[in-house]
Design a protein around this ligand. Sequence first.
Ligand code: SF4
Length: 641
Amino acid sequence: MIMPSKYQGYMGEMLDINLTSGTVGTYDVSDRDREKFIGGKSIAAKILYENLAPGVDPFGDENILIINTGPLTGSGAPCTSRFNITTKSPLTGGICTSNCGGSIGIHIKKAGYDGVIIRGKAKSPVCIEINDNDVQIKDASQLWGKNTEETQQSLPKKMGKAVIGPAGENRVLFASIISGERAAGRAGAGAVMGAKNLKAIVATGAKNVPIYKPEEFRKNIKDWINILKNHPITGESLPRYGTAGFLNKISICHTLPTRNFSEGTFEHAEEISGEALAEKYLIKNMGCPSCPIKCGRQVEIDGKAVKGPEFETIGMFGSNISNRDLWAICEWNRIMDLLGFDTISAGGVIGFAMELNKKGLWKNGLEFGRIGEIPKLLEDIAYRRGIGNELADGVKKLSEKYGGADFAIHAKGLEMAAYEPRGSVGMGIGYATANRGACHLESGYLVFFERIAPINIDPYDTRSKPAYAVMQQNLLEAVNASGNCLFTTYASIPAAAFRIKPYGTSAKLISKLMSSGHLILDHAGALPPSAMPIHFFSMIPHTLVISNLTGMKMTLGNFLAAGERGFNMARLFNLREGFGKEIDSLPRRLTHELQIPNDPRTRVQLNKMLPKYYSIRGWDARGVPTRSHLRKLGMDAYALD
Ligand code: SF4
């Protein structure tokens, strides 16, 4: 029997749907778990751990797919259309989590649920339709084979949707799930949906998210929107140039992957920058529902206003394959969304294949800078034709077949996002330790503090990065779990900092202080959550907003502890799947080859950073969370020793 939650902000139950038996039930999440993990990604990691036996085939009936929201999802707070998809990844064999701002999350809550767990496998293509309390598994044979736009257009207009395209049907290992115009892209959740014969999920309802203190909550929202709108990044740069607005700076700072991560600066960066996109092709900015930032781009293709590319796509399909044609990237971005696969992994695997060809390891006809065949190649990946069939398995599997492991740019099997970590070594420790693989967001996104923010921590300093990586990974995990967009955390750097001269004396002093900040942060893990019984509304508004939304005591300490639990839960899942310390690694190119000749700082010294990272996390020398540390987190039941 489902126990009603004492907390507001949650709808109180999750749907539990078995496609093999065609049954629909509910799944109980306790208030204790809500206090410990908040929701979304972090509770989903616990559900995955508890409901999956070790070693199951990601494409087998036993794998489960969890679509989960956080308390903030659909609450009316800024940037809270976010939901998370969690499953066992067919690409990495570890945990797959993918956060998305599309329409389905809000609508699942409107229907009265916090999330949906999908088990088993349908005999033929189906669509799950959730209409308030009425949940049906419907035949979707007529949708099979359609692209993601055709599929969404064939489904009821006013419902939230999550669908797959041909890539998911054909089990491309990095197939995405598309919801509205947004993608849950990384690590292959779309392929798991395809393996379950699940073409689409749609939801709607008339329920509202309950609020604990409506008046205070509304005031918090107003203040939060003001902070976001008046901040140089969330109020100016992101709305005007989108995420691609960082591209020029990232290239100048040796952090833009170029020709399969062999270099960090692209000679044509300006031509593919956010500024160029805004000047030449932008119709308007757009965003996920409930977002005042609106970092998304809209461009016109074939007479139609469609979603434009983001930084990651431009990096991976621009500099990474030596392409300066921004318009082509806009078109390919659309093709990949229609076919339903991840643009980051696709750019990574094509760049790797180009280098394999160049080095004579795999004669595939692909060359850096030659882009005429890319549209056909993208189709071939989705339909698993010719060399597309091999590219569809990702960089790691290609390197196992053709060699080139030293420059196979992935971590844990997930292709690296568009930040070259030799120019930003904090990204290096982050990529290596992120649970889903080389993800820029789960890594902790230290490039923000190393290169993007107005005052930077030395991007080559290795002493401070383990502590900053741990802190940021925990923070972003908690923000994600709460149902909020990670981009709201750009505003955690006070707007006043942007008025300081970047290379002036004050900037240098603050930068030094930030680098020394690790002396405190190195020991933060030893503190109990009660050590930070505070809110910093102007920097991290999430804690007060969640408190007033739910009635939960969500201090900064509790928030970071929840993030830490979620991160550890995912780590434990991976360890149980047989991942060991060796999996916290990066390709040799990044750890041993200098990006800038004769500059010894320009490599990721992982061997220096990893032991310290483990120690700060409370993990042993093998990277396993110790029982005593898990006990501190209230998770000792999951200790592996
Ligand atoms: S900031 Fe961008 S990604 Fe985040 S919610 Fe807004 S539009 Fe979506």
